[in-house]
Design a protein around this ligand. Structure first.
Ligand code: NAP
Length: 254
């Protein structure tokens, strides 16, 4: 990663696991202060400990539910204890519930919208002055489920399509000061697959189908996505990139 990260401050939601954890690790390794947000404090503390004596960046655990209306202000207060400026906001916390429309619980749609759409919007709204002060940028982790048809997971796809739309519109609204982009992953091997609301047999069938339809012949790894998140954050490389939805899916949607 370029030199921009040394001394930068970046908030990463969903930093306790999977893609968000990989993003936090990359940023801290490059010398950034990472405000790491998730509900599982033990996972965040373990991550912070990895960087405590490394002499580079810092991971600051912020144990919070992103759907809690108090979370954006809390994060803002933590930011004030550090630099007060925010070079990047990575919205990686996500909720996925997969079900066909005839069996779906519509309350799951509300829950997915709360985590995947409302929380990023609320965080951007409250943290905007700090992002503007730094000419910072936002990267939201959406999904190809928000771009192409996803039978049997239409509601998840709808929430991610909304996150893609938020990205494009805010890119226009906040230019030229704050860049707003999204990475759009295909199937990435993370603990998310253990928590989709499917039984073991259906989860195995889903994974087999995803593998079969991914031309690169493997699941992505969290770091396959994290590298692009960091590239989009980097103003030296991506200073003229805003409103981009960067597909990282092993060719699945091509
Ligand atoms: N894996 C894939 O195939 C795939 C594909 C496309 C897009 N994505 C997207 O990638 C993002 C990261 O998912 P992942 O695959 O890395 O899954 P993961 O390993 O299960 O990570 C999900 C993260 O979201 C956090 N989170 C969930 N609800 C939260 C809440 N209410 N408040 C705070 N944090 C919350 C979790 O932390 P706590 O449980 O500690 O709160 C965890 O850190 C998600 O937005 C997901 O939709 C994943």
């Amino acid at each position: 990663m370029g030199s921009w990260a040394r001394g930068a401050t970046v908030a990463v939601t969903g930093a306790s696991s999977g893609i968000g954890r990989a993003v936090a690790c990359r940023l801290a390794t490059a010398g950034a202060t990472v405000l790491a947000v998730a509900r599982r404090g033990d996972e965040l503390s373990a991550l912070a400990a990895e960087f405590a004596d490394a002499g580079g960046g810092l991971v600051v655990p912020v144990v919070a539910d992103v759907t809690d209306p108090a979370t954006p202000r809390r994060l803002s207060a933590v930011l004030e204890q550090h630099s007060g400026r925010l070079d990047g906001l990575v919205n990686c916390a996500g909720l996925a519930r997969f079900a066909s429309i005839d069996s779906a619980d519509l309350e799951d749609l509300d829950r997915m919208l709360a985590v995947n759409v409302r929380a990023p919007a609320a965080l951007i709204q409250v943290l905007l002055p700090a992002l503007r002060a730094a000419d910072g940028s936002v990267v939201t982790v959406t999904s190809i489920g928000g771009v192409v048809a996803m039978p049997d997971r239409a509601l998840y796809g709808a929430s991610k399509a909304a996150a893609n739309s938020l990205t494009r519109s805010l890119a226009h609204e906040l230019a030229p000061g704050v860049r707003v982009n999204a990475v759009v992953p295909g199937a990435v091997d993370t603990p998310m697959y253990a928590d989709l609301g499917l039984d073991e047999k259906d989860t195995a069938a889903l994974r087999e189908g995803l593998l079969r339809t991914t031309p690169m012949g493997r699941f992505g790894q969290p770091d396959d996505v994290a590298g692009y998140v960091c590239t989009l954050l980097d103003p030296h490389v991506s200073g003229w990139v805003t409103g981009a939805l960067v597909t990282i899916d092993g060719g699945r949607s091509a």
